[in-house]
Each structure stands twice: as structure tokens, then as C-alpha cells.
Design a protein around this ligand. Structure first.
Ligand code: ZN
Length: 483
């Protein structure tokens, strides 16, 4: 864990700042992909100066401040924390940093027995008064977590595998899949396109991107190498360990955390990417509210996810049955539901298509967009809008573009937006159709004019005049002059 990550980390339970007690530090090679010291001042709520207080152990906050530590930015490039503890100044909880990975899970997802044993080895040099003030993870929280069984299944996936090295093998090569070029190209083209939708462009200081549910972390790696300050978060430690082994010591910021309880500072992120991961999250409303909290105003969340038929696909059914992991895809209406109650603008579904000029001239409508899509997946984008609270979706609509059933009812704001979208789309489609018809008219008029100048046309007119002269009436059809 690089020191620079401390600027963004917060307690997942109370959101206060964390002090870092290092038990083992390692020197690292300077990576061209890590933000330099001059680029970023410490964020508000300096990690070595927790701001909170708690009645029973007020002295802890003072002691943590006094304990201090090395200035964060100065050591970001040449040293990293291999093990230690993160101590919350607000609630006195502590969190382990183990083999370079900080684990910031909420109480109910922690292994209390394992963590208690860890504290003895990670905090050997911790001053006794601080050690005594630390609070063990509590037992509550599980009751309010609707997807706790899915999460525990993911956290403990290694125990369900007959052959972990075989299961995690692809992670060491991610995103490349030898022998499956199709899948490799799918992953790369999807990533290459969604990264353009994040609304970040490499300005300085480096823009901060949360890679939510990063798994093997290749997207985190590629974003970091593209020039962004990226924080990869996943609930399953094993995936991140594979990522670190693949990338090496210059790996980007990685954190073991629950996306529904993000241990990340408020309003620090310029974008959130959920790449093939949001469909594993049980409480999506809570996850979206967390994204809204950590995003700057106007910043985007981009979801690249499978559609609603994903959960009935054979491979998903198998994964759910064997590993207990949630596999639930989504459509635009679902995303509207996930953002309801959070400060987001209306969600957009975006299409990346290949189409010929002729197909564009004919116009591509929504039903045919799938045929032209570059990749078989859904891409959604929502922008944080601090001045707005996204409304609950209108359940009376079966599809986005169907007509409202009750035309007398007062239109909801989202319906209003949808009708405007429908109007824009239909205007575009009809103007495309009018342009196509006009072009066809010009072409056929030109052909007719050329035909009228041709020898055939002159011979035909001569023939008609002769027939009129000698009394032929073409079986009763009157002849018009000049044809
Ligand atoms: Zn706390």
C-alpha cells in the first residue's frame, strides 16, 4: 500500500480519518505510473490527524496526532506499507494492512477471530495506551445487509474451490485469454470504449477514479498506466492478490472493501467505473448512494454490465449454484431504480456501434441497435447532480419508450425526460427518413430526365405520334400529346 492511498481512505463504519501505524515498510522502485510528490497535496482530514473524538477514549485522538508519522506525499513514490494497522480516530476501530493490502470491511463482514490474532503480530510496537483503546469489530450490521450471504460467499470463495490455482489462473494473464481471442477482444474493446465515457481526460493533478469491484484489477492497472489516480476496490482479497502478483510492486492503489460501505473520502473522485461488477452487488441503491457521496459534483458513474437475461444464462446459474455469488444483470429501468433517492441526473444507456454509411443513411433505431453493437453488453452512465434527487422509476411503464398508460395523470419529472428523449429520437429518425426520401427523389428524377433524352424515348414518342396519325387508340387509352 502506497502512502498516497491514505489521503482517500476513511473508516467504513464512521467515515472518520484513519491513522496508519506501520509495522513493516518496504522500499519500492519509482513507478512512472504513480503520482509524483508535487502533484497532490494531502486531502482534507489528513490521515495522521484524525478529526473525530469518542468519549471513552478521547486520549486516543490526541495520541494518534502526537504519534504523527512521515509526511505522506514525500514517501509516496519510494516506500510502501507492507503491513500495519489503520486506526480510526472517530470510533477507535482498527483495520489490518496485510501483504500490502488494506482491509477496510464493515464489522459484520470481518473475521473477528482472525483479526484479533492479527493484531498481536501487526501492532507489536503500538504504544500500550493506544493498543488498549482500540475497539474490536462489533457483531451487529448483518441484519440490515440484504446480501450478506452473497458477500460472505465471495469473501470465502477460495474455500469452495477444488483447484484454486486453476480457478485464479486466468487472472495472472488478464485481460488476455489465450485460446479465446473473441473474449479477449470483447474485454479490451469494452474497456477502451467505456473509459472514454468516464469524462476524464488526464488533466493535472491526476483525476481520481474508483474502480468498483475490480477483481483481477487489470482495469485498475490500465487506468493507472493511462495516467489516472485509480483506487481499485474488491470484497474478495484473493482477486486483488492475483492482481498484485501479476502487476508487481508498482501496482495501483488496491483496497479490500465492500462497495456498499465504501471506505473512501467524500467528494474526492472524478469518476466511478463498474466494469462487469455491478451485477454482483446485492444492494444497488446503497452502492449508488455511496458512489454519489464520493463523487465530485458533475462526475460520472459508468456501468458496463450484462443485461437482464444474464441471471438465467447457463454459466450464471452454475456460478450461483456452485459459489453462491449473485449474478443479476440490468436494463435501463433497473438503473433508474438504483439511483432513486441519490443526487444523480437521469441515466443514459449508451451504444457503441459499427455501421456502414448505407445503414446510417437508413437510420438505426433502438431495436436494431443490438445488431450493430460492438459488444454484447449494457453501458450506462449517470452523472452526479448535487441540485437534484433522482426520482423513483415510474413502474407503470413497461418499457422506456412505450406511451404513458394514463395520459391524464400529471407527468412525473422522469416521464417528462423520457418523452423529451422520445421526441428527440423520433425527430432524428423522421428527419433521417425525409433526407433519405429526398435523395431517392433526386436520383429517380435524374434517371427519368436521362431516359427522356435517350434514343429509346425519342423512338417511343415518334411511334406514338404515328399511331395517333393513323387512328390507333392503344386499346381505348387516350393519347396525350407531348408524352
Ligand atoms: Zn470509525
Amino acid at each position: 500500500m502506497r502512502y498516497g492511498l491514505l489521503s482517500y481512505l476513511r473508516c467504513p463504519e464512521c467515515r472518520d480519518a484513519l491513522a496508519c501505524f506501520v509495522s513493516r515498510e518496504v522500499s519500492t522502485a519509482i513507478s512512472p505510473f504513480v503520482a509524483s510528490t508535487a502533484e497532490r497535496a494531502p486531502a482534507a482530514g489528513h490521515p495522521f490527524a484524525p478529526s473525530g473524538s469518542f468519549a471513552a477514549t478521547t486520549s486516543l485522538t490526541e495520541r494518534l496526532k502526537a504519534l504523527g508519522g512521515p509526511p505522506v506525499p514525500a514517501r509516496n513514490r519510494e516506500a510502501a506499507v507492507e503491513s500495519g494497522v489503520l486506526i480510526c480516530g472517530g470510533c477507535a476501530r482498527w483495520f489490518p494492512i496485510l501483504e500490502s493490502l488494506p482491509e477496510l470491511l464493515p464489522d459484520h463482514l470481518r473475521d473477528a477471530a482472525r483479526d484479533a490474532a492479527l493484531l498481536d503480530t501487526l501492532a507489536v510496537g503500538l504504544p500500550p495506551d493506544i493498543r488498549d483503546a482500540l475497539r474490536a469489530p462489533g457483531a451487529g450490521g448483518a441484519a440490515t445487509d440484504i446480501g450478506v450471504h452473497y458477500k460472505r460467499a465471495e469473501i470465502g470463495i477460495v474455500s469452495k474451490l477444488d483447484n484454486p490455482s486453476h480457478f485464479f489462473g486466468p487472472g495472472y494473464l488478464s485481460p488476455f485469454n489465450p485460446g479465446n481471442t473473441d473474449f479477449t477482444l470483447y474485454l479490451i474493446s469494452l474497456f477502451g470504449n467505456v473509459v472514454k465515457l468516464l469524462g476524464v481526460n488526464g488533466s493535472s493533478p491526476r483525476e481520481v477514479i474508483l474502480d468498483s469491484g475490480c477483481g483481477y484489477s487489470w482495469t485498475t492497472e490500465w487506468l493507472a498506466k493511462s495516467g489516472f489516480e485509480v483506487i481499485g476496490v474488491d470484497i474478495c482479497r484473493a482477486y486483488l492478490e492475483v492482481g498484485i502478483r501479476r502487476i508487481g510492486e508498482s501496482h495501483p492503489h488496491l483496497v479490500v472493501a465492500d462497495v456498499e460501505n465504501l471506505p473512501i473520502a467524500d467528494a474526492c473522485a472524478d469518476a466511478v467505473l463498474a466494469y462487469e461488477s455491478f451485477h454482483h452487488i446485492p444492494d444497488r441503491v446503497k452502492a449508488m448512494a455511496g458512489y454519489a457521496r464520493i463523487l465530485k459534483d458533475g462526475a460520472s458513474v459508468v456501468l458496463a454490465e450484462p443485461g437482464e437475461d444474464h441471471e438465467t444464462a447457463a454459466v450464471s446459474v452454475d456460478v450461483m449454484a456452485r459459489f453462491g455469488i449473485l449474478e443479476k444483470g440490468m436494463e435501463l429501468e433497473d438503473v433508474e431504480g438504483y439511483i432513486a433517492g441519490s443526487p444523480f441526473g437521469p441515466p443514459e444507456q449508451l451504444w457503441v456501434m459499427h455501421a456502414s454509411a448505407a445503414e446510417l443513411e437508413r437510420g438505426i433505431n433502438l431495436p436494431s441497435a443490438w445488431r450493430h453493437s460492438v459488444f454484447p453488453g449494457n453501458v450506462f452512465r449517470v452523472r452526479k447532480d448535487a441540485a437534484r434527487i433522482a426520482p423513483a422509476p415510474d413502474v407503470s411503464r413497461s418499457t422506456l419508450f412505450s406511451a404513458p398508460k394514463d395520459v391524464d395523470a400529471a407527468p412525473s419529472p422522469s416521464l417528462d425526460e423520457d418523452l423529451r428523449a422520445l421526441h428527440v429520437r423520433m425527430t432524428y429518425e423522421w428527419s433521417t427518413e425525409v433526407r433519405r426520401l429526398a435523395a431517392e427523389l433526386r436520383r429517380t428524377s435524374g434517371e427519368l430526365a436521362a431516359l427522356k433524352r435517350s434514343p429509346f424515348w425519342r423512338a417511343r414518342r415518334m411511334c406514338l405520334r404515328l399511331m395517333a396519325l393513323f387512328g390507333s387508340d392503344r386499346a381505348g387509352v387516350a393519347l396525350k400529346s407531348g408524352t
